[in-house]
Design a protein around this ligand. Structure first.
Ligand code: IMP
Length: 178
């Protein structure tokens, strides 16, 4: 375990096992409606999750990236700014938004609104982590990996000031580091 962490909350093995379950569910659900979603991953935190998840989706999915900013340090600033937009048109497309964590809910709410404004016919959300106790906006992901308590976590894409994204597990950062 990294020395800056208090404990590991979700191990690499648990994440991989959960991505298999989520991938199977997602494949089943979209196969049932007969459509293939475009996966839209929010940079940078969702990249490791997207990379693991797509291995277990048994359809010809495509993915694209958006970069939005809603956070400075550990505090949400409430407003979502687009830093990098999608490369392609999404008119008439079903979107599966890929997130690392749903915290206050502001990011997924704003990004969902943006994608619908761009002509997406549907936006569903898959999030590796969910912190329901921190919710400010009434919104939830359609597919959730792990519900976690109200603690600041890093690893598997999640950062503190750009650090710890490369850890293969999710852990709680020691208080003295943030
Ligand atoms: P929301 O808009 O408050 O739901 O925040 C979502 C974003 O906040 C995530 O995509 C993360 O980038 C960041 N975030 C929220 N909680 C944590 C955490 O515990 N560790 C690291 N980043 C977090």
């Amino acid at each position: 375990m990294h020395q800056d962490l208090k404990n590991i909350l979700v191990s690499e093995e648990e994440i991989v096992a959960k991505c298999k379950v989520l991938g199977a569910q997602i494949s089943h659900d979209y196969r049932t409606i007969g459509e293939i979603p475009l996966l839209v991953a929010i940079l940078k935190g969702s990249v490791p999750f997207l990379a693991e998840l797509v291995k277990h989706i048994d359809m010809d999915v495509e993915f694209d990236f958006m970069d939005v900013s809603s956070y400075e340090g550990t505090e949400s600033i409430g407003d979502v700014r687009i830093i990098k937009d999608l490369d392609r048109s999404i008119k008439g497309t079903r979107i599966l938004l890929v997130e690392d964590i749903v915290d206050t809910g502001r990011t997924i709410k704003e990004v969902t609104r943006l994608l619908l404004n761009k002509g997406a016919t549907e936006v569903k959300i898959v999030s590796l982590l969910d912190k329901p106790s921190r919710r400010v906006i009434e919104i939830s992901a359609d597919y959730v990996g792990f519900e976690i308590p109200n603690e600041f976590v890093v690893g598997f894409g999640l950062d503190f000031n750009e650090k710890y994204r490369n850890l293969p597990y999710v852990g709680v950062l020691k208080d003295e580091f943030y």
